[in-house]
Design a protein. Structure first.
Length: 322
């Protein structure tokens, strides 16, 4: 499932290419026909991400999308990459055919200057040239947003619905804080995270995946953040000190910004020169513990453990994270 950095990248692509433009909204698949008709012909006025949720505003309504495990957006046409999404690496990833959990995201190398192209943004990002405009829908397109020069096709989302301002507000209140969401100050967001984490006796490894505690963290960031903090995933939230919780929040702010800017979950510290390029090119060189079960810990040499927590795989070092 795409983690929070991917949804922020998608929101920024909408801001750069759709906001301020009138759009045709349709549902080639037919499952979103009623909602599409409500939005059709209106100008997109805002694009926001909150955790794993995307919110696109059309007049007084919002298109609310949660990609879930299988969802993805295809952007086509004269695509302008948001300036904040800089390029990393000069070539496509060797692992374009990615597997689960977003381990092989590509950067936006395929976009470059405005040109006719198709870019998929979801669990990973890939690109290809277009020969016709607009392209025919491929597969089961739930929603199609089309301007004179740009197109966005949505496939396979868990949620695709039209909500009003009250529905948007209710969604924001239900979710935990997101460092990049423009709904509260950084201090307010940090305080809300610390309070929600420390008032629970559930394991911190479970709480970081709880979207009502903090919005946007998934399996990869959870494992890596806890290792970086040298914190056991089994420690109850109530046993995490205020200072430790604030440090976790600051690390999430740092990692989320890196993910948004690069399109990659680069979670190892001190990546420079060849080590940084290796991490860009290969998932195996990006992480401390994620998907390294049975391999020696990069710090202490203890075998990295794999277990199941709340039906999700948990990777951690029993020695470093006592």
């Amino acid at each position: 499932m795409p983690e929070g950095h991917t949804i922020h990248r998608i929101a920024r692509q909408f801001s750069a290419n759709f906001v301020g433009r009138r759009a045709s909204v349709t549902s080639p698949q037919g499952r979103f026909a009623v909602g599409a008709a409500e939005l059709d012909g209106q100008q997109m006025t805002d694009a926001r991400a909150v955790g794993k949720h995307l919110l696109l505003q059309f007049g007084g309504d919002w298109l609310h999308v949660h990609l879930g495990i299988y969802g993805a957006w295809d952007f086509s046409g004269e695509i302008r990459s948001d300036a904040s999404l800089y390029l990393v690496g000069g070539k496509a990833s060797e692992h374009t055919a990615a597997g689960a959990d977003g381990e092989n995201e590509d950067s936006l190398h395929s976009i470059g200057a405005p040109r006719k192209s198709r870019v998929r943004m979801g669990e990973r990002e890939t690109g290809a040239a277009l020969t016709t405009w607009p392209p025919e829908p491929v597969g089961q397109v739930r929603a199609r947003i089309l301007t004179e020069t740009t197109l966005a096709d949505l496939r396979g989302p868990t949620v695709c619905e039209v909500i009003d301002d009250d529905g948007m507000t209710a969604l924001i209140q239900r979710l935990g804080p997101d460092p990049l969401a423009p709904f509260e100050t950084h201090a307010q967001a940090q305080r809300r995270f610390v309070d929600r984490l420390r008032r629970s006796r559930q394991p911190v490894g479970q709480l970081l995946m709880d979207q009502s505690v903090v919005a946007g963290i998934g399996n990869i960031y959870r494992a890596e953040m806890l290792f970086r903090a040298r914190m056991s995933p089994h420690r109850p939230g109530a046993k995490v000190t205020v200072e430790e919780a604030e440090s976790l929040w600051r690390d999430w702010v740092r990692l989320l910004k890196i993910g948004v800017e690069t399109g990659l979950m680069l979670t190892m510290s001190g990546l420079r020169g060849k080590a940084k390029q290796d991490a860009i090119d290969n998932r195996e060189d990006r992480h401390w513990v994620y998907k390294r079960e049975g391999l020696p810990c990069r710090v202490c040499g203890t075998a990295v453990s794999l277990e199941t927590m709340q039906q999700r795989k948990l990777y951690w070092c029993p020695s470093c994270q006592q």
